[in-house]
Design a protein around this ligand. Structure first.
Ligand code: NAD
Ligand code: UFG
Length: 337
């Protein structure tokens, strides 16, 4: 079976992808600098799958460290999750984001090139669509970004496309994620945000557990079903499974593909809040606030390409996403340790 290097493999999405890769029979090697995750994720992966992936505590900015990973292992493909992801922080610290997400990624691509590893699945984001002209969003929509984080995603897409244009043996899958939420149904893996969460579901989870008083709903005057923002929330296990289909495709085909990973369904902030109330069995307080700068009204995916090219389709619904988020929250009051 093929060997896959997972960068950012102890993080939220990466750890779930490791589980699905192992369960699909792949050999998995994880590299992460543990900036936003803990080594304990590897123990959780082992608890779920029975296998602890080989681990390199390495930074993308460490060129020699990267070369060593490729020299010591026979790697068939890379899934590249590692990077910084906080939109607001990227506006305040653009150089930090360009250094980590661009310089770090270039180091990875250079190490791959040197080792003759030419297959990569990259974590991009629906943020590359900016404020879309309509929904659902398909892959041929114009791209334009509104913050440095988004720009690092778009620049990586362009860099990888240029690498593949120069060498037709490369296989590049640019996966544009919509809004990943939820946790592994076992309650062993999930998202552990640093500080007060910016994202909706981690914030709601803290309201449900009593750590935060109420949800601040950023605006209720958008042209949506109830005036609150609409997004395409996708269960992290579905998203992880999308990577298994993507890696299988990358191992068989050359060239570049941009693919949306979403469910194709949009839910408003209040609809998500109500689904979470069902999951945790209590009413959750909220207050309507001003719109959050930079937010858009509606964002959900056209999923036809993922279905056709990868044969992949999300299976979980919003109730299961909230159930698994709450289960993880209850079981891990101190995060993954
Ligand atoms: P995460 O922070 O949980 O995981 C990213 C991992 O990368 C962390 O474990 C972190 O320690 C590691 N990392 C960061 N910089 C590194 C470096 N220089 N060297 C080595 N490791 C480094 O984030 P996530 O939610 O799992 O996201 C994974 C990827 O998906 C990211 O690239 C993110 O931008 C992208 N993405 C996430 C979302 C989302 O909402 N979670 C949406 C779209 C795209
Ligand atoms: N929201 C609230 N209150 C909160 C948090 C969020 O009302 O406390 C609302 C937002 O206004 C938005 C929706 O909930 O309408 C979702 O917000 P998130 O912050 O969870 O997610 P975004 O869609 O704003 O951003 C996410 C990722 C970004 C990525 C973007 C596009 O966090 O990294 O999707 O893919 F760039």
């Amino acid at each position: 079976m093929s060997t896959i290097l997972v960068t950012g493999g102890t993080g939220y999405i990466g750890s779930h992808a490791c589980v699905e890769l192992i369960e699909s029979g792949y050999d998995v090697i994880v590299m992460d600098n543990l900036y936003n995750s803990t080594e304990a994720s590897l123990g959780r992966i082992e608890q779920i799958t029975g296998i602890r992936p080989k681990f390199y505590k390495t930074d993308l900015l460490d060129e020699e460290g990267l070369k060593k990973i490729f020299a010591e292992n026979s790697i068939d493909a890379v899934i590249h999750f590692a990077g910084y992801k906080a939109v607001g922080e990227s506006v305040a610290k653009p150089l930090l984001y360009y250094e980590n997400n661009i310089k770090g990624s270039i180091n990875l691509y250079a190490a791959m090139k040197e080792a003759g590893v030419k297959r990569i699945v990259f974590s991009s984001s629906a943020t590359v669509y900016g404020d879309p002209v309509r929904v659902p969003i398909s892959e041929d929509f114009d791209v334009h970004t509104t913050n440095p984080y988004g720009t690092t995603k778009l620049m990586n897409e362009m860099i990888l496309s240029d690498i593949a244009a120069a060498d037709p043996e490369w296989s590049v899958l640019l996966l544009r994620y919509f809004n990943p939420i939820g946790a592994h149904p076992s309650g062993l893996l999930g998202e552990v945000p640093n500080g007060v969460p910016n994202n909706l579901v981690p914030y709601i989870a803290r309201v449900a557990s009593g750590q935060l008083e109420y949800l601040r709903v950023w605006g209720n005057d958008y042209p949506t079903v109830d005036g609150t923002g609409v997004r395409d929330y996708i269960h992290v296990v579905d998203l992880a499974k999308g990577h298994i289909s993507a890696v299988a495709y990358a191992l068989e085909h050359n060239g570049v593909e941009k693919i949306n990973l979403g469910t194709g369904n949009g839910y408003s902030v209040l609809q998500v809040l109500h689904a979470y109330e069902k999951a945790c069995g209590k009413e959750l307080p909220y207050k309507i606030m001003e719109r959050r700068p930079g937010d858009i009204a509606s964002c959900y995916a056209d999923t036809a390409k993922a279905e056709k090219l990868l044969g992949w389709k999300a299976q979980y619904g919003i109730d299961e996403m909230c159930r698994d988020s709450w289960n993880f929250t209850l079981k891990n009051p101190n995060g993954i340790e």
